[in-house]
Design a protein. Structure first.
Length: 157
């Protein structure tokens, strides 16, 4: 279970990280500030924007909640076949056991497949929510950073 969580969290964090790589603001020294002055101002605005937004783009992205657990029944086809054979055998002898096994296996497989599909949909929704939450934090940080840099005489895009 932990390895699934780790892999899923890693995939989500990689997706979120790829969103941020293209979104770093471009800063132009509109008032002729030196490179040293720009670096100082960027450092100051970075700290202010982190405090203001509660988001630090230098930190490794974190998930805010655990991903959904995979509660898909294991062996649904075989468990269904066994149960169907037992019920069919009791009701109708050996012919009933074969029919029961076939019907039970089919129903067990369908149920298992349905649960797996539901889990995949939940997992995808969770990943999208995590990415949206991260992007909202990043947007708030970028707005704060841009406002600070513009107040210091820079053009920010």
């Amino acid at each position: 279970m932990k390895s699934r969580f780790g892999v899923l969290a890693l995939i989500t964090l990689m997706t979120v990280s790829s969103l941020t790589q293209a979104s770093d603001p471009i800063v132009y020294p509109a008032d002729g500030q030196s490179q040293d002055q720009q670096e100082f101002d960027e450092y100051q605005c970075y700290g202010w924007a982190v405090d203001e937004s509660g988001f630090d783009p230098m930190e490794k992205p974190q998930v805010s909640e655990a991903p959904p657990e995979d509660d898909t029944p294991k062996g649904g086809l075989f468990k269904g076949a066994l149960l169907g054979a037992a019920v069919g055998g009791i009701a109708d002898g050996s012919d009933g056991a074969g029919t029961g096994a076939a019907v039970g296996g089919l129903l067990g497989g369908v149920r298992s497949k349905k649960k797996q599909s539901e889990y995949e949909a939940e997992k995808q929704q969770w990943a999208q929510e995590q990415a949206a939450e991260y992007q909202a934090g990043r947007n708030n940080y970028d707005r704060a950073f841009g406002a600070c840099m513009e107040a210091r005489g820079y053009t920010v895009k």
